[in-house]
Design a binder for this molecule. Structure first.
Ligand code: FE
Ligand code: FE
Ligand code: FE
Length: 165
């Protein structure tokens, strides 16, 4: 077993922050690829808009690192790697456009849910540690992830799933 480097809640907070910094950077590269494969304009737009949002979320994370006097540094997020891999897999395995779009939505929502869970935890940790400015910044991102998840549900319900049937 590796020696314990994460001893305090402060360490855990920083660890999770690095994880999300890496996760968002992975996503920044993956989202445009998903958008390109999406056939429905609504879905393509949503993914492109969220790619731009992701860029701002990365900058927001850099502000959070600053807030706690730490260098902005990533640590491989294995979960995001896996989620993106699954997204690529489903895009390769689908031949029919509406079915592929439904698959892209499914993959994108898994990503958003991972982010919602992660940012939810980060906000709570930040508040508990008294980093209120950092908590506010993280909460802004949390809300964007929730909004994106809802939008993807709406797009799915507005027709892609029916078309895929
Ligand atoms: Fe994000
Ligand atoms: Fe992670
Ligand atoms: Fe997101």
């Amino acid at each position: 077993m590796a020696t314990a480097k994460v001893k305090t809640l402060d360490d855990l907070f920083l660890n999770e922050l690095k994880d999300m910094y890496n996760a968002e950077n992975q996503l920044l590269r993956a989202l445009p690829k998903m958008a390109k494969k999406a056939k429905t304009e609504e879905l393509r737009d949503a993914l492109e808009t969220h790619a731009e949002e992701t860029q701002r979320q990365i900058e927001r994370l850099e502000k959070v690192f600053q807030e706690i006097d730490q260098a902005a540094k990533g640590k491989t997020c294995h979960a995001m790697k896996g989620l993106i891999e699954e997204g690529n897999e489903i895009m390769e395995e689908t031949s029919d456009d509406p079915v592929r779009d439904a698959g892209i939505i499914s993959a994108a929502q898994k990503v958003e849910h991972y982010e919602i869970a992660s940012y939810g935890t980060l906000v709570t940790f930040a508040r508990n540690l008294g980093h209120n400015k950092a908590a506010d910044l993280l909460e802004e991102t949390l809300n964007e992830e929730k909004k994106t998840d809802k939008l993807l549900t709406e797009i799915a319900e507005n027709g892609i799933n029916q078309e895929a049937e």
